[in-house]
Design a protein around this ligand. Structure first.
Ligand SMILES: Nc1ncnc2c1ncn2[C@@H]1O[C@H](COP(=O)(O)OP(=O)(O)OP(=O)(O)O)[C@@H](O)[C@H]1O
Ligand SMILES: [Cu+]
Ligand SMILES: [Mg+2]
Length: 693
């Protein structure tokens, strides 16, 4: 084993969801995940571009600024021309100057405070541009009025332009933020699922309300119909149907009875449940998912870094364009015209669209994914998945149900009876999380055989289990690990393991497994996408061949964890982009190595930790949805980037007056409208990211 592989085990433990497995029916998108919020306080997740939104709500400031702006616009002519609805009276321009001063101090606050933040961070950006635009139009107009009185000459002011610009900037950013909020905030939606208080059942059966944060493992809580379950736990009493759709994507309520696990944050639809708390706080399923999401959102993707870099250049590009526009227009015409072109140029260059292009798509994609049970830990996985050439799939638990039926279990020794063999097998399997283990334990129970107590049990990944009981060492291992064939009735396509003592087989068990219903469809989808499926399994040649033939795909049998790892490595060395899908401990090294590691279903902890993507349900159909999500997310990002950058590329020269010779010029307020529209378009494009069915 080389270095890379060890890396797997050292990965931080991020999630422990042994209860992630839920039968899959049909997924429906849940709109309640995307609650809208108009505030601007909680958009920190979109990075530095949003700092300015901490300075009050655009909605409130806009509404309060509106009367001032309207009076200014009624009292001052537009570009020196008095419109029909406008009027003036002696010294009305002094009143206008006073109102404008109030307006810039109050209404301009989010912009100049934002600009100050930007300068403090030494990254001047859009707020600096907007502030400059508003400031230039205000100070020039003030100069015009004061200068007019001093010199007795009339100088044209731009208070109309100033007021309309400021109002539209406020309105535009209000609308933008609304659109941004609607693009989805998975974190917040999840946080809202958790109730604040729980009904704790005390010793004397009385009920007391407790904050959820004070719940302890082992507490019994009462959950009434219609309430959300406050913690992960096991049902002690009661039965109900529970809706887990926001957590796992499973849209149908699930029957729950005494002894079943419930997830904190899911909704108790019907009866009263008494639940024993098993996990709270950071260890709960919901906060694990939250951690995953925030980790994913904190890593800027390559596309986002690019967008941010371009957005930061835009400040300098816009300043340069504005200076050029001012100089050229001053030379060609007069100072008033030059000032207007300068202001429009500064305003239109606000790189909002570019700055939000990627974060909006990411937010939408993450919440859409989470609502379907597709948790993307590493965002680069989405970009890489679109380029995939090969998908390596594990068989047991991934393509097949992993719900083994014991077809045949018997002794192959003269000393032990079949029941003794079964008792040993069931005992040793107590220490394994392999799907085979459960089936053997269940089978023994059905046969009325009591498992033998083992003193120590070790799992040999990819081979089986070994352990000690009554001073004897036993192994329950694959045919391959044992290395010999034993005379034993093996049904076609079965998985075979031997119980071995002192190098001699004493028992044998044959197990059968079934294909998952969506496996075949997935193969068709992969082929149509140009992704070559290869099944790599630790199982024996016959069992592997049976499944592979049914699916019509290539396969590798008898693969140890190292073999699977080597397979991924050799494909990567050929320059192929590899997706690995698996659920077991034996898949963990290759999940970590693959370009995109997808852990599917209940899986094991190690698999979940090693993967880039976690599918909470055990449905190959979700692999299809993941690929679809990856393709659509990447496409939307590309569109938004092209739009955001292209908008500035075209808008800045036009604002600077390059088309004036053919009669096209833009007033500052029109520049502000265009800037807002460009951002809203980016937001709408992100919001329309949807998955079929
Ligand atoms: N707990 C166990 N009990 C009995 N046999 C086991 C156990 N774990 C592994 N084996 C044997 O080792 C073989 C390989 O196991 P491994 O976990 O690598 O692959 P698998 O689960 O069969 O297939 P896949 O790689 O497709 O998931 C199994 O087919 C089985 O015969
Ligand atoms: Cu903007
Ligand atoms: Mg497996």
């Amino acid at each position: 084993m080389d270095k890379k592989k060890n890396h797997t085990s050292s990965k931080e433990k991020q999630s422990s969801h042994n209860h992630m497995n839920h039968n899959h029916e049909e997924n429906k998108e849940s709109d309640s995940l995307h609650d809208s919020h108009e505030g601007h306080e909680d958009h920190g997740s979109h990075g530095g571009l949003h700092e300015h939104h901490h300075h009050g709500s655009f909605k409130e400031i806009f509404l309060k600024s509106l009367p001032f702006g309207i009076i200014i616009m009624l009292l001052s002519p537009m570009m020196g021309v008095t419109l029909p609805f406008q009027f003036s009276f002696p010294y009305s321009d002094i009143l206008v100057s006073i109102l404008a001063t109030i307006l810039i101090i109050y209404g301009g606050k989010p912009f100049y405070m934002g600009a100050i933040d930007e300068f403090k961070k030494k990254v001047p950006g859009m707020m600096a541009l907007v502030t400059l635009g508003i400031g230039v139009s205000y100070f020039y107009s003030l100069y015009a009025v004061v200068g007019g009185y001093l010199t007795g000459e009339h100088i044209m002011d731009f208070f109309f332009e100033f007021a309309s610009l400021l109002l539209i900037m406020l309105l535009g950013h209000w609308i933008e933020m609304k659109a941004v909020g609607e693009a989805g905030d998975a974190q917040k939606a999840l946080a809202e699922l958790m109730p604040k208080d729980a009904d704790l059942v005390l010793e004397d059966d009385s009920i007391e309300s407790r904050p959820v944060s004070q719940l302890k493992v082992g507490d019994i809580i009462r959950v009434q119909a219609g309430e959300n379950i406050p913690a992960d736990g096991v049902i002690q009493r009661g039965q109900s149907r529970v809706n887990e759709s926001l957590l796992t994507g499973e849209s149908k309520p699930i029957e729950k009875n005494t002894g079943d696990k419930v997830i904190g944050g899911s909704t108790n639809n019907e009866g009263v449940l008494y639940v024993e708390v098993q996990e709270t706080g950071d260890k709960s399923f919901i906060s694990q998912v939250q951690t995953l999401i925030s980790q994913a959102q904190d890593q800027p993707s390559r596309a986002e870094n690019l967008a941010n870099k371009v957005a930061s250049w835009l400040f300098y590009i816009a300043i340069a364009a504005a200076v050029i526009a001012f100089t050229v227009w001053l030379f060609l015409t007069d100072v008033q015209t030059a000032v207007l072109f300068t202001v429009t140029t500064l305003v239109i260059a606000c790189p909002h669209a570019l700055g939000l292009a990627i974060p909006l798509v990411t937010a939408r994609s993450t919440s859409l994914g989470a609502s379907r049970g597709l948790l993307v830990k590493d965002r680069e996985a989405l970009e890489l998945a679109t380029k995939a050439d090969v998908m390596i799939l594990d068989k047991t638990g991934t393509l097949t149900t992993g719900e083994f039926k014991v077809l045949n279990a018997e002794t192959v020794s003269e000393i032990y009876s079949t029941n003794e063999i079964l008792a040993l097998m069931a005992g040793i399997e107590g220490g394994s999380s392999h799907p085979i283990a459960q089936s053997i334990v269940g089978y023994a129970e059905n046969e009325g055989v009591k498992p033998i107590n083992f003193d120590s049990i070790d799992v040999v990944s990819g081979a089986g289990v070994e352990g000690e009981a009554n001073g004897h060492r036993y192994e329950l291992i694959s045919q391959k690990a044992f290395g010999q064939n034993i005379e034993f009735d093996v049904p076609k396509g079965a998985t075979v393991s031997y119980l071995v003592e002192k190098g001699k087989a004493i028992g044998a068990v044959a197990l059968g497994d079934e294909l998952k219903s969506t496996s075949r469809e997935l193969m068709n989808v992969l082929k149509s996408q140009g992704i070559k499926p290869i099944m790599a399994t630790g199982d024996n040649e016959k069992a592997a061949k049976g499944v592979a033939e049914e699916l019509g795909i290539e396969y590798r049998a008898n693969q140890s964890p190292q073999d699977k790892y080597d397979l991924v490595e050799s494909l990567k060395n050929e320059g192929k982009t590899v997706i690995m899908v698996g659920d077991g401990v034996n898949d963990a090294p290759s999940l970590a190595l693959a370009d995109v590691g997808v852990a599917i279903g209940a899986g094991t902890q190690v698999a979940l930790d090693s993967a880039d993507v976690i599918l909470t349900q055990s449905d190959p159909g979700d692999i299809e949805s993941f690929i679809e999500l990856a393709n659509k997310t990447t496409r939307k990002m590309r569109q938004n980037l092209i739009w955001g950058a292209g908008y500035n590329f075209i808008a800045i020269p036009i604002a600077a007056g390059i088309l004036a010779p053919i009669g096209i010029t833009l007033a500052p307020a029109i520049g502000a409208v265009l800037m807002s529209v460009s951002t809203v378009i980016v937001a709408i494009n992100a919001m329309t990211l949807k998955l079929k069915n």
